[in-house]
Design a protein around this ligand. Structure first.
Ligand SMILES: [Zn+2]
Length: 149
């Protein structure tokens, strides 16, 4: 499948569809520049994605305001995950299609809560199915409740 690398907008992109409200996701927070949501597998509870509203593929293509918005929201969500779910640690990573072996090109930051004893689980028992929407909604609500404002 080929993707049109329109820097602003790719109508086929699942994350653009989430931003437009055309695809389901458990939204945690939205700002003018970024959206934080859960629509991915939960290898550990608290796996959140933060994306720019506009379709960008590479970090170096973000303007200063968008970059600040994405990482500001990422930081707020990370604090809320820490406060509400109280994981033992938190990993942050980003990968685009080639490195990530996935089909979403829309730039996205992964926030992954880490728990003691998860090493083997992450290595051998990575949960591959999408949890029920109700589970994601509950987690999103829990994290959202720990955010300022
Ligand atoms: Zn997109």
């Amino acid at each position: 499948m080929e993707y049109a690398l329109d820097p602003k907008h790719d109508p086929a992109c699942i994350f653009c569809r989430i931003v437009r409200g055309e695809a389901p996701a458990s939204i945690i927070a939205e700002t003018a520049q970024a959206v934080a949501f859960m629509d991915v597998n939960q290898p550990t509870p608290g796996h959140v994605l933060v994306i720019p509203r506009d379709h960008h593929v590479y970090l170096y293509d973000l303007d200063a305001a968008t970059a600040t918005g994405v990482f500001g929201l990422t930081t707020e969500v990370a604090k809320a995950v820490k406060h509400s779910l109280q994981p033992d640690g938190l990993n942050l990573f980003q990968a685009n299609e080639v490195a990530g072996q996935q089909e979403v090109w829309h730039l996205h930051v992964h926030i992954v809560a880490r728990y003691t004893g998860d090493r083997d689980r992450i290595r051998f028992g990575w949960r591959t199915e999408l949890p029920p929407r109700s589970e994601l909604d509950h987690l999103a609500k829990t994290i959202r409740s720990a955010m300022p404002g």
